[in-house]
Ligand binder design. Sequence first.
Ligand SMILES: *Cc1c(COP(=O)(O)O)cnc(C)c1O
Length: 406
Amino acid sequence: MDAAVERTMNTEQIIGLENEHVVQSYKRPPFVLVRGEGMTLYDADGKGYADWVAGIAVNALGYGDPGLIAVIQRAAAGLIHTSNLYYTAPQAELAALLCEKSFADRVFFANSGTEANEGAIKLARKVAFDRGETERTGIVSFSHAFHGRTMGSLALTPKEAYQAPFRPLMPNAVLAEFNDLDSAAVHITEKTAAVFIEPVQGEGGIHAASDDFLRGLRQLCDERGALLVFDEIQCGMGRTGTLWAHEQAGVTPDIMTLAKPLAGGLPIGAILTTEAVASHIHAGDHGTTFGGGPLVTSVARYVVERISQPEFLADVQETGAYLRERLQEINSPLIADVRGRGLMIGLELTVDVAPAIQMGYDHGLLMVNAGPRVIRFVPPLVAHKADVDSLVNKLTAILAEMGAAQ
Ligand SMILES: *Cc1c(COP(=O)(O)O)cnc(C)c1O
C-alpha cells in the first residue's frame, strides 16, 4: 500500500487495519500519530501531544530537527547499504568518534539494543574461550534489569512475565541483587564471563546504581577475571546530563552497549570495547548484514557530535534538575518518590500509574511507565523549562483528579 492510500484513511480505519493484520503484541492508545515538531507529536485529527516518551528515550533531538533531516537526506542520496563485506567511510568515522569520546578502542555495530547486548555476551564468552576457561560461561545481571527480549538478553532480564513462556533460556545466567555488593560478591565468581549492569536502570523503574556499587563491581570483576559490561542503551548519550552515565561514578567498563538515541531515531546498536577484549574477535566470530550501514552511521555521527557538545549537555543538566525540582513541588498524596538523573526521571506513585498515563492522552501528554507504579520521563533532550512547566500543570491536574477518585 502506498502513502497516498494511507493518507485517505481516518483514525478508525487505520486502527481497524492494524488490529486485523499486525501481531497483537502491543497495547496502543486509540489515536494515530502522523507528524512531529520539536517535542510535540500530532495525531491524524490534528491534536498535539507533548512527548515525554521520545519513542522510549530514542528521539533525542526531537522531531523535525533541520540538521538531522539534512544529514539523513544527504546520506540517503549516497549509499544506504553495502553489507559488511566492504569498507565504507561513515562506519569508520563513527567508530573513531565514539572511541574519541569514550574509554573504548574499538566498536562493533549492530541494529538494536538487544542485538548489541547479544554481541556483548558473545564477546565475553569468546574472551573466556580463548583463555581456555571452559567453565567461565556465566553472565551475571541484577534485579529489575532490562537488557532486551532476544534469547540471550532475555535471560539477563529477570521479569517473570517476559521469561516464563520462553524457558529454557540461555543457561548460566545468574541473578544478583541491584545495589548490593554482598550479593554481587557471592554471584561473581571464577565462572563469571561478564557482569551486565545499567548504570541507571530504565524499564525497571529508574534506579541509579550507586557510585560505590559500580566501583565495587569493577573491583570484583578485576579480582575474579570477569568483564564488566555497562548497558547504556537507555541512560547513555547525554540522557543523564553527561555523555555516558558511568562518567559520574568515575568507573569504566570493559564493554559498553548503546542503541536507542544513537542515530536520532533510526535503528542502530553499538558495542564499544577495549583493545584487550576486541583482540579476541577475528574474522567470522560475529557478524550482521545491516549493522553499521553507511546511512545510519552517517546520521549517528551527526547525533553524537551534537549531543557531546558541552553546552548541549549543560542544557540537559539544567532542564533535568528543573524537571526534578518541579515534580518534587507537586503537592499530591499520590507521589511516593521523584528520582533519576538528567532527563531520565522517575515519578513513583502510591498507586498504579496506568490511569494517569491514560488521562495524559486527554490532556495532550504522552507518558510511559517503568513498572506498575513509576511514570518515566525520558523526553527529547532538547526539552525546555517551558515544556516542564506545561507538563507539571497538566500532571498536577491529573493527580488531583486521581486523588479525588481514590
Ligand atoms: C531498550 C533497552 C534494551 C533493548 O533495546 P531494543 O532496541 O529494544 O532491543 C536493552 N537495554 C536497555 C537498558 C534498554 O533500555
